[in-house]
Design a protein around this ligand. Structure first.
Ligand code: CMC
Length: 438
């Protein structure tokens, strides 16, 4: 018997099976042979939230949640945050290696020259209500972009795919900034190709009457670091959505719109917005103990705390805390910081949080920095989506090139009615327990 196998005894039949172990996993399909009779479908696994199921093999991002390690293509996140730029990291995620000088120049040029969006997209955006949430506008506009680029459907043409990647990485800041300007009723500020990726985004967000917008270099650099930290995070909810939608061979604009929709949720990329709303609701440092009491009583969750994978301090949160100091030097301290620090201090000592290994995650401090930089709270999920675009695209390409992948299609355990005959409306009687939504 090989050592790299698992022997399973089915106590229903007494039969034994030996299934191979590869990369510390067994293939779920190897369980299908375990049957009680010839017409039995075979054994499946039940894992509703993918708690213990690997859906792909990946070479992009590595996380060790117990040790608090995060690496992109093998490079530790703290080194990238300190030494790299967001565009270089996006290249790394998408190409597998850090670019040489000429490659970075070419990549930057291509991104810079795809930042403009079709004028008709502005008309699409103008159709949104004056107070539409920017993330809703962002998602919808991404979906709308697919109609402007029908060539994007050629997902197996490598050259064509590359072009869509330039377009998407380049245009997401433009769409994000236009969504913001629409919401506040200000005319759109066009991209400025003389500026870098982050500086141009700040220009499109905040330019008013000046002829040339000059981004503050400290804020530009802080944004680059925040973008690096948010660029990828292996198989999270929105990346899983990107892969799942993409597995149907959907074009990348539509797939990305779906991924952004997943990110919008308050348990995922919407958490940074919820953190700020929570800090506002708490209002002052002295109210923190009472708030923690209510969290422990199960009234609500402490937003920006806890993670499915990290059972240690989220390494991104640690780096963000350092960035905060640099930003506050320029902008002045945000009063919310004091409340956040007190929340963290009390939570990290409290048995409820210690026992469940709940630590601050990336969203806990990012919102405070964004607020200090003058981004409104409802832009926070959009600020997450801009850099995550490169991660989503890297994961999408990896999925398309993986011969193991097919259209994503989970199984279910059917617990509903067995076959029954149609009853005409006059003869129907609902059982007392049946609900209208069933
Ligand atoms: N506040 C209070 N209790 C919590 C929290 C929290 N933030 N997170 C988890 N718990 C408790 C939960 O009630 C449960 O307790 P019990 O065992 O008594 O039922 C236990 O911890 C395990 O929680 P879980 O829901 O099984 O954990 P999960 O892995 O399914 O959820 C999570 C992970 C991130 C959705 C969750 O921790 C959460 O809701 N956090 C708040 C939202 C948030 O900050 N999300 C951003 C995540 S990081 C960025 C990103 O991925 O987008």
């Amino acid at each position: 018997m090989s050592a790299n196998t698992l022997t399973i005894t089915d106590n229903r039949t007494g039969k034994q099976y030996e299934v191979p172990i590869e990369n510390d996993t067994i293939k779920a399909m190897d369980l299908r042979q375990i049957k009680t009779s010839d017409d039995d479908f075979g054994l499946m696994t039940y894992d509703p939230a993918f708690m213990n199921t690997a859906s792909c093999k990946s070479r992009i991002t590595f996380i060790d949640g117990d040790k608090g390690i995060l690496e992109y293509r093998g490079y530790p996140i703290d080194q990238l945050a300190e030494k790299s730029t967001y565009l270089e990291v996006a290249y790394l995620l998408l190409h597998g290696e850090l670019p040489e000088e000429a490659q970075l120049k070419e990549w930057t040029r291509n991104i810079t020259y795809h930042t403009f969006i079709n004028e008709n997209i502005k008309t699409v955006m103008d159709g949104f209500h004056y107070n539409a949430h920017p993330m809703g506008m962002f998602e919808a506009t991404l979906g709308a972009l697919s109609t402007f680029y029908p060539d994007a459907k050629q997902i197996f043409d490598v050259e064509c795919r590359r072009k869509q990647i330039y377009r998407l990485v380049a245009k997401v800041p433009t769409i994000a900034a236009f969504a913001y300007r629409h919401r506040i009723g200000m005319q759109y500020a066009y991209p400025d190709n003389d500026l870098g990726y982050e500086g141009n985004f700040l220009n499109m967000m905040f330019k008013t009457t000046e002829l040339k917008y000059k981004p503050n270099p400290v804020l530009e650099r802080a944004l680059s670091v925040l973008f690096i930290l948010h660029a990828d995070h292996e198989q999270n909810c929105s990346t899983n959505a990107m892969r799942s939608i993409g597995s149907a061979q959907t074009d990348p604009f539509s797939s990305l719109a779906g991924a952004a929709a997943a990110l919008y949720g308050p348990l995922h990329g919407g958490a940074n917005e919820m953190v700020l709303r929570m800090l506002k609701e708490i209002g002052s440092k002295d109210k923190v103990p009472d708030y923690i009491k209510r969290v422990k009583a199960g009234e609500f969750r402490l937003m920006g705390f806890g993670h499915r994978v990290y059972k240690n301090y989220d390494p991104r949160a640690r780096i963000i805390k350092q960035v905060a100091d640099e930003v506050f030097e320029v902008t002045g301290k945000d009063p919310m910081l004091e409340i956040a620090l007190e929340l963290e201090r009390i939570a990290l000592e409290d048995e409820y949080f210690v026992k469940r290994r709940l630590y601050p995650n990336v969203d806990f401090y990012s919102g405070i920095i964004y607020q200090a930089m003058r981004f409104p709270v409802d832009m926070f999920p959009v600020l997450f989506a801009i850099p995550r675009t490169s991660g989503w695209l890297a994961q999408w390409v990896e999925m398309l090139e993986d011969p193991d992948q097919k259209i994503a299609r989970p199984r279910q355990i059917y617990l509903g009615h067995k076959t029954r005959d149609y009853v005409p409306i006059t003869g129907r009687k609902l059982p007392a327990t049946a609900s209208a939504n069933a």
